[in-house]
Design a protein around this ligand. Structure first.
Ligand code: NZQ
Ligand code: ZN
Length: 392
């Protein structure tokens, strides 16, 4: 088990009606808020918008809005939000939505006291100062952005998708009401659940002796996703218990809790997927769910087979009898079949982005490797490995 430092300052209100606390909580920071949302009517339709507006008015908090936030959030939208915050002297940000809305709010919060393009801060996070507080209200169980310090941001001019990650970006509050997630369509529910699983698997699949506690916690979380992802995707989309378990699992999926005691953060699939978002605007969780089984198959060998087999036995319920390599292969096939049963396509050609042209794989692979020139994950990957996985 490795040494660690752990701190999550976000305060969480979880359950029916908690969004009604937004005004009272925002009021401690001032009388001007910014509400951020997709702008396509979804937060109005689920009743969240009215609840938050009523709560702000009741508590004497005026507000401005930033609408039109897209999946794979754009830096231009962050610049727009920063300009409004400066002009209107906004004191607190309230994103209503999934990771894209919450990440946009967190990035604005970091850039508002910097006089220059927001992308400068993404490239050099030391430029961030005096972050505005963020009260996150998630409408989708996926990224866990409501309870972590990360914001993924796209630069549409350069096809870059990068992380801005500083401790000051932890939302001050997460107001999580599972009721609002019951309307998330099947494709997005599947994508979100696969994303939660990936945040866990990126850490779980590492050889760290003695991290028994973390490994068993992660297995419980993965089992939660398998059980309730299936209910929410295939059986009963508005099942509160399913939505509640997924939303709570999502919040814990990315905040470093189960990383404690494991070998550092060495993700493999995420850096590869972020290029699909940057170049093809792929839905993050769909890209993750397509790449993960292909990545597992690619790195399956005598060194990795034990972990994949353990995952198959402890999470997917495979038999512990028999040959480890056979069980490991079966685990990968079973995971892929699970994603398929939720409606996720098997490969990039079948996905919404329909990749048929491989000409960008080289540049995407280079960006996935980053400055280190390799992905130092469960199994180190070089440029050709990444191209081969995209190709698969
Ligand atoms: O706009 P419509 O068609 O209405 O669809 C919305 C939205 O565009 C739909 N949606 C959300 N809540 C809904 C709903 N539909 C019906 N009812 C509701 N209650 O979902 C669409 C996608 O939303 P988005 O916010 O993009 O989804 P998600 O939460 O998956 O966020 C993805 C973004 O977060 C980043 C991803 O890279 C991607 O940019 N990530 C952020 C992380 C973090 N901050 O820690 C970590 C992740 O690994 C990830 O990289
Ligand atoms: Zn993710």
């Amino acid at each position: 088990m490795q040494d660690f430092y752990y701190s999550v300052p976000t305060k969480v209100y979880f359950g029916k009606g908690v969004a009604g606390k937004a005004g009272e909580l925002a009021r401690q920071y001032g009388t001007k808020a910014m509400i951020l949302h997709y702008g396509d009517g979804v937060v109005e339709k689920i009743g969240l918008y009215d609840t938050v507006v009523k709560s702000l008015k009741e508590n004497g908090v005026d507000f401005v809005e930033l609408k039109g936030i897209l999946p794979n959030p754009r830096i231009t939208k962050i610049d727009e939000g920063v300009a409004i915050c400066k002009k209107e002297d906004v004191k607190v940000l309230i994103p209503l939505g999934g990771g894209s809305c919450i990440d946009t709010a967190k990035a604005i919060a970091s850039c508002v006291h910097y006089d220059g393009p927001a992308w400068d801060v993404v490239l050099d996070s030391s430029l961030a100062k005096d972050n505005l507080p963020v009260i996150a209200i998630p409408t989708l169980a996926a990224t866990g952005s409501d309870m972590d310090s990360d914001a993924m941001v796209c630069n549409e001019a350069t096809n870059d998708k990068m992380s801005l990650n500083i401790p000051e970006q932890f939302p001050v509050y997460s107001l999580s009401d599972p009721t609002y997630t019951c309307t998330v369509p099947r494709r997005q529910t599947a994508a979100g659940t696969a994303d939660i699983m990936s945040h866990i698997m990126e850490v779980y699949f590492s050889k760290t002796p003695g991290a028994f506690f973390s490994d068993r916690i992660m297995e419980a979380m993965l089992k939660t996703c398998v059980k309730y992802g299936t209910i929410a995707c295939c059986e009963d989309p508005s099942n509160y218990e399913a939505r509640a378990n997924l939303l709570w699992a999502a919040s814990w999926g990315c905040n470093g809790f189960f990383d404690c005691g494991k070998i550092g953060r060495r993700w493999s699939v995420h850096p590869m997927e972020h290029q699909l978002g940057a170049y093809y605007d792929e839905t993050h969780g769909i890209g993750i769910a397509i790449l993960t089984p292909h990545w597992m198959r690619y790195i399956l060998n005598e060194d990795t087979k034990d972990m994949f087999a353990t995952f198959g036995i402890n999470v997917l319920g495979l038999s512990a009898e028999g040959d480890t390599m056979y069980t490991a292969k079966k685990a990968i096939d079973t995971l892929e079949a699970l994603f398929r049963s939720w409606g996720i396509p098997e490969n990039l050609r079948e996905s919404g982005i329909g990749i048929t042209d491989k000409s960008k794989f080289e540049i995407m692979a280079e960006k996935a490797l980053g400055p280190a020139g390799r992905i130092n994950g469960f199994v180190p990957l070089d440029k050709q490995d990444v191209i081969n996985i995209y190709d698969a």
